[in-house]
Write a protein that binds this ligand. Structure first.
Ligand SMILES: C[S@@+](CC[C@H](N)C(=O)[O-])C[C@H]1O[C@@H](n2cnc3c(N)ncnc32)[C@H](O)[C@@H]1O
Length: 269
């Protein structure tokens, strides 16, 4: 991670991000209030967080096959507790993803970067109709994720184990159009742009692509900016932790930088 780039952009976002009062598009206004700013809790959150807590307390180590950039802990034999602490989306962000999927009534979902399966569990629990295809390169991590899903009794998650460079194009050939695609695997500019281009063929008018860690490095920010400029992208929303892009043809091209905080602080512009 480029810490200076991250910190600078964190402050910039805190200062300049707007709330619903700056949003004139009825679609974005409703989406923002109903999913980004909503704070409803669901029963399943407690069950998933109980499993996260077990992982945080675990003494188990996994032999890791490293793929791409993104890990804070880069040791070969990594503690499950360390992966759970540094690599997974925190509770609040995972809950937000759940609410976004729920609001969009997402059924077909792709998840690039399974890790221990915690965020995947949130995605899969957002609807009883959800069909999730998740992609993980490291075989031991993929097996571990499967045990997370079994503990939570979540079915309809298909794990594609192997390098996304090979597994994603192969899987896309047989998959229907996707409602939501969450990109949280290889945090490198070229890979992010390549996966975006591949996934475009599965985007429909109501699809949303969600990019994690858009300020993780200058390369990731450049990838995010290029994605926002893509002619097929109409609405883009920068939430700092996530970048969301929509393909709705009825919307004009528009970019929003929005806060996820419950209230705008007086010092925000
Ligand atoms: C940041 S973690 C994902 C965290 C997960 N989304 C969560 O919040 O629970 C990134 C994962 O993507 C996997 N990954 C990175 N690059 C990959 C690649 N090229 N092919 C397959 N998996 C990859 C890593 O092994 C790692 O487990």
């Amino acid at each position: 991670m480029d810490r200076i780039h991250y910190a600078y952009n964190f402050l910039r976002h805190r200062l300049f991000a707007k709330d619903e009062h700056s949003v004139h598009s009825p679609f974005v206004f409703n989406f923002y209030l109903d999913s980004i700013r909503a704070r409803e809790k669901y029963y399943v959150f407690d069950a998933i967080e109980a499993v996260r807590e077990e992982l945080l307390q675990s003494d188990e180590r996994l032999e890791i096959t490293d793929f791409g950039a993104g890990a804070v802990d880069t040791s070969k034999h990594r503690k499950v507790s360390s992966i759970a602490q540094y690599s997974l989306k925190p509770k609040e962000q995972a809950e937000m993803l759940f609410r976004i999927l729920r609001e969009l009534k997402a059924k077909n979902i792709l998840d690039l970067g399974t890790s221990l399966g915690i965020t995947t569990a949130y995605l899969a629990s957002s609807s009883k109709d959800a069909i999730v295809h998740t992609f993980e390169g490291c075989p031991n991590t993929a097996n571990f994720a499967q045990s997370t899903f079994s503990k939570l009794e979540i079915e309809d998650i298909n794990i594609h184990q192997g390098n996304i460079e090979h597994t994603l194009p192969k899987a896309l050939k047989d998959l229907p159009p996707q409602d939501v695609i969450f990109f949280d695997a290889n945090h490198q500019k070229e890979s992010t742009l390549r996966y975006f281009e591949w996934c475009l063929e599965k985007a429909h008018n109501e699809s949303v692509f969600i990019f994690d860690d858009i300020y993780w490095s200058k390369g990731m920010t450049k990838a995010w900016q290029a994605i926002c400029k893509h002619p097929k992208v109409t609405v883009s929303i920068d939430l700092f932790d996530f970048g969301l892009v929509f393909f709705r043809k009825e919307q004009g091209k528009q970019h929003f930088t929005l806060t996820t905080q419950p209230e705008k602080h007086p010092w925000m512009i």
